[in-house]
Design a binder for this molecule. Structure first.
Ligand SMILES: Cc1ncc(COP(=O)(O)OP(=O)(O)O)c(N)n1
Ligand SMILES: Cc1ncsc1CCOP(=O)(O)O
Ligand SMILES: [Mg+2]
Length: 562
């Protein structure tokens, strides 16, 4: 590689190695050295116009929005599936600013790794200093750290410029099985970096190497490995089980030092998996930068990778066996409140599930918002707007008003059937039936954090709902109902079969009210989390009182069966 000189510090450290230059010299002073009164740090964030300022001739303006910031310290992947390129895409998709420190330049494509050029330690150190001394970095995420010296340089920088969290993806082997780091780096990981890390995210192969090549063949092996790696010092460990072919599902094991969590998702059938590890770690870093707890960050990241895999499962890029996937395709879903931390679905929210009905509201002379307010004040734990006859425009406006009410009580609001309306008003999710939009498609449109419920009458439908990425199942009609015409009643037995087979939480629906909610809940069926009710709340004079009474019956029964 040749050397080069840049006259401007803005992008040079990142761009030069990609262009093939080994040495970078910068002629203008670094931004941090400039007079900060007039020169403030401005960057172009393509997603968020409220934060956009110009890089103009001298004077610039900036909005006061504080933008979550991840710094990735990793290698460049010319094929752009993994490494720095994956990290940039993942952070952009998660609406987080990402700065970069490049440790190595790899020549790779969908066939494998053809070359690796490790950057000199001082070049890595200089990039670290440039970013950390000037920018407010929330979280540092590490990928390929190609030498012990680089690990040491990184740890020194992190001691000098502490950040909110450190996410370590201990990259050792590429997807194509090419070894990317030498064994001396392992000592650096164990002795210096892991004790500083908030989370370490090895895949099965990496976990095995970290533990001296012990074979990991089952989920219980993964649990043991997580504990042993935790003993090396990181506060949390996530072992990714994507390569565990003994299991039909993709099971990751998360250990926070006290509890184990098995995070399970269905396997997406695709060869386009190159870069999933980098993306997952970057996404965890991005969520932490926004302020999420570690477990929430890990769950959102896993769901995000699963959704991105699904988006890009049919992409054809290159001729080799390992195609890249592309999380930027998730940007199709643009209607996001940019920096709002989404509230993660909590199955206990299904306890008292109030479903509105436009005819009942008309009959009692109430607006949707009035009905929703009364239900929420009475203790409804989740609301679904089931407005079969509403005009679209009016529906969106009512839904926005209801969202405000629900969110002021911390209650999620879902939209029945209408994924378009859910997107338009940025609702918390949707409920779809067997003849509505398929849950998988709804998931693609809504993204990883939104709540998706699916109506199921059979164990087979319940299995499919899980495979399609749903969060919960609505099961019924448990009792006959006149609210939904021609609806087959499945009885308590049918509910029992679905609950027993389901991998998802279940809410019972159909003909349920004050008189029989206890009978449903006292069965203590596995996965049954609550009751969904229309007429027993909304076809009554006082919604608030009915909801309050129902809440008391259901929570009492739920406590009894615990
Ligand atoms: C919680 C819950 N469960 C089931 C349904 C029924 O949905 P679907 O089968 O799509 O029928 P409609 O409600 O659209 O008539 C539900 N809405 N909510
Ligand atoms: C929407 C729906 N899906 C199955 S039964 C049902 C209607 C439930 O209404 P109600 O609570 O009034 O019986
Ligand atoms: Mg429906």
């Amino acid at each position: 590689m040749a050397s080069c000189t840049f006259v401007n510090s803005w992008h040079s450290p990142q761009v030069a190695p990609i262009l093939g230059f080994k040495q970078v010299r910068i002629l203008t002073p670094l931004f941090s050295d400039l007079d900060r009164k007039n020169q403030r740090h401005v960057f172009l964030n393509m997603q968020h116009s409220q934060c956009v300022s110009g890089i103009g001739s001298g004077t610039t303006h900036i909005s006061d929005a504080k933008i979550p910031h991840v710094l990735t310290v990793a290698g460049s992947d010319s094929g752009a599936g993994a490494g720095i390129q994956a990290d940039l895409k993942a952070c952009a998709s998660r609406h987080v600013f990402c700065s970069t420190v490049i440790t190595a330049v790899t020549a790779q494509n969908t066939v494998g790794v053809q070359g690796v050029e490790i950057l000199p330690d001082d070049v890595v150190a200089e990039q670290l200093k440039s970013v950390l001394s000037d920018m407010h970095v929330d979280v540092v995420k590490t990928g390929m750290l190609p030498s012990l010296r680089v690990v040491k340089v990184l740890c020194q920088s992190l001691r000098k410029f502490p950040v909110k969290a450190i996410v370590v993806d201990p990259v050792m082997v590429s997807t194509s099985a090419d070894v990317l780091v030498g064994p001396s780096v392992l000592a650096g990981f164990r002795e210096e970096l892991f004790p500083m890390a908030d989370i370490v995210t090895p895949n099965i192969k990496e976990a095995s190497v970290l533990l001296g090549d012990v074979p990991l063949k089952s989920v219980s092996d993964m649990r043991r490995a997580a504990k042993l790696i935790h003993d090396m010092g990181p506060r949390n460990v996530l072992i990714k089980g994507g390569d565990l072919h003994a299991s039909l599902d993709a099971i990751d094991v998360f250990f926070d030092g006290e509890e184990f969590y098995e995070l399970c998702s269905s396997r997406v059938k695709t060869c386009n998996t190159h870069g999933t590890g980098c993306t997952l770690a970057s996404c965890i870093a991005a969520e932490l930068a926004k302020g999420s707890s570690m477990l929430s960050a890990v769950k959102v990241a896993k769901r995000f990778v699963e959704t991105a895999l699904d988006y890009s499962k049919d992409l054809v890029i290159g001729n080799g066996p390992q195609g890249p996937f592309d999380p930027l395709l998730a940007l199709k879903n643009i209607n996001r409140s940019s920096y709002r931390q989404e509230r993660l679905f909590n199955p206990n929210d299904l306890l008292v599930y109030a479903v509105t009905d436009s005819n009942m509201n008309k009959k009692w002379g109430r607006s949707i918002a009035e009905a929703v307010k009364a239900a929420v004040e009475g203790g409804a734990t989740i609301i679904q707007l089931r407005e079969k006859d509403a005009e679209t425009r009016e529906f969106i406006e009512s839904a926005k008003a209801c969202l405000k009410i629900c969110h002021s009580y911390g209650v999620p609001l879902l939209i029945n059937d209408r994924v378009d309306v859910a997107l338009a008003c940025d609702a918390d999710g949707v409920h779809v039936g067997q003849s509505d939009m398929p849950a998988r498609l709804a998931r693609r449109l809504l993204g990883p954090e939104k709540i998706i419920g699916v109506s199921c009458k059979t164990p087979e439908q319940a299995e499919q709902a899980w495979i399609n990425g749903a969060d919960y199942i609505g099961c019924g009609g448990v009792y006959p109902t006149s609210t939904k015409a021609n609806n087959r009643t499945i009885g308590l037995d049918g509910l029992g079969e679905v609950c027993k087979a389901s991998k998802l939480p279940v809410v019972a629906i159909g003909g349920i009210g004050l008189s029989n909610a206890h009978d449903v809940m006292e069965l203590g069926l596995p996965n049954l989390k609550g009751v969904a009710v229309v007429s027993a709340l909304f076809d009554r004079e006082c919604i608030l009182t009915e909801t309050r009474n129902l809440h008391s019956v259901v929570s009492g029964a739920a406590l009894l069966v615990k």
